[in-house]
Design a protein around this ligand. Structure first.
Ligand code: PAF
Length: 282
C-alpha cells in the first residue's frame, strides 16, 4: 500500500516505525512527471532495501530567474499510479512552505563543482539542488539514495556533499534510460515539437561518435575534439552551451594526451526553447 505524506512530521513518524522493525530505507528524490527513467531508479531502490520512499517536489530554488519553474509539468495523479505499480511504500509530496519556511537562511553550496558546466549557465541551480537534497536527506535519513546518471554533474555533486558532510548514506547511480533513437528520457522532452524531436537524437549520436574517437585514437587533443563537436551541434541546429570531456570522478579537465583516464563526455544544448543535457561515460 502506498502511503502519501505532505508533512515532514508524518514522514518521520512512519519511518520511525519501519526503523524500529529493523527495516532499511531507500530513497528516490524526484520532481515528479515520472517517466521510465525515474521508474528505473525506483526499481533499483526496491532491490537494495526493505522500504522505498520517493519524494515529489518541484524545487523552486534550483530554477533561475526566467527558467521553466511555473511551466514544469506537474502530473501528480499519474505519478501516484506509477508509484503504486512499482511497489513504492511512501511518497512525500510537500508544498513549498513545508520545505522552505520563511525566513530560510541556510543554503548548501558545493564549491567549484557548482560553478562549472551547467552551473556556469544556470547560476544558483546547484546550490538549490544541494540544499533541497540535504533537507530531504535530513527528513528521510535513508540508508541509500538513488540518482540517475542522466544528471551526471548532479550525481558527482551529491557524492561530494555526502563525503564532505559525512552523511551516512550510500549513493547509487543508475544508467540513463533512452528512447529508441538514443534521446535521453527527460520531462523536458515534451516541450519539443515533432520536428525538434527528430533532430534531438543528434545529441546522443554526437556523444557516441566522440566516445568512438576517444577509444580509437592513440593520443589526442581533447580541446580540439570539444571545439569540433560544439561546431557540429551548432550546424545541426542547436545552440550549444558546452561540449566537454572531463574526468569522470571529479569533473576536472583530463590531462592532455594521456589515454588511461576514466572520462565522461558532457553536453548541454538549447533546441528552440528547450534545454537538453546528456552525457556518456567512456
Ligand atoms: O534530479 C532531480 O529531479 C532534482 O534535481 C532533485 C534531485 C529531485 C532535486 O530537486
Amino acid at each position: 500500500m502506498l502511503i502519501t505524506a505532505e508533512k515532514v512530521e508524518s514522514v518521520r513518524q512512519q519511518l520511525q516505525e519501519w526503523r524500529t522493525n529493523q527495516q532499511t530505507i531507500a530513497f528516490v528524490p524526484t520532481m515528479g512527471n515520472l517517466h521510465d527513467g525515474h521508474l528505473s531508479l525506483v526499481d533499483q531502490a526496491n532491490k537494495y532495501c526493505d522500504r522505498t520512499v520517493v519524494s515529489i517536489f518541484v524545487n523552486p530554488s534550483q530554477f533561475a530567474e526566467g527558467e521553466d519553474f511555473t511551466r514544469y509539468p506537474r502530473t501528480q495523479e499519474q505519478d501516484l499510479d506509477c508509484l503504486v505499480k512499482h511497489g513504492v511504500d511512501l511518497v512525500f509530496i510537500p508544498d513549498v512552505s513545508e520545505m522552505y519556511a520563511l525566513p530560510n537562511l541556510t543554503i548548501v553550496e558545493v564549491n567549484d563543482l557548482s560553478g562549472q558546466l551547467c552551473g556556469e549557465f544556470r547560476p544558483g541551480h546547484f546550490g538549490g539542488v544541494a540544499t533541497v537534497v540535504c533537507k530531504l536527506f535530513n527528513i528521510v535519513q535513508p540508508d541509500i539514495a538513488v540518482f540517475g546518471e542522466k544528471d551526471y554533474q548532479q550525481l558527482v555533486l551529491i557524492r561530494t556533499m555526502i563525503s564532505d558532510l559525512k552523511m551516512a548514506i550510500k549513493i547509487v547511480g543508475v544508467p540513463t534510460v533512452r528512447a529508441n533513437d538514443g534521446l535521453a528520457l527527460s520531462s523536458r522532452n515534451q516541450y519539443l515539437s515533432d520536428q525538434q524531436r527528430d533532430i534531438a537524437s543528434t545529441v546522443y549520436k554526437t556523444l557516441c561518435s566522440t566516445r568512438e574517437q576517444l577509444r580509437t585514437v592513440e593520443t589526442m587533443n581533447y580541446r580540439q575534439i570539444e571545439d569540433q563537436q560544439f561546431q557540429h551541434l551548432k550546424q545541426a541546429g542547436f545552440r550549444p552551451e558546452y561540449f566537454a570531456i572531463r574526468n569522470a570522478d571529479d569533473l576536472k579537465p583530463p590531462v592532455q594526451d594521456v589515454t588511461q583516464q576514466r572520462l565522461v563526455i558532457l553536453v548541454a544544448v538549447w533546441l528552440g526553447q528547450t534545454r537538453l543535457i546528456d552525457n556518456l561515460l567512456v
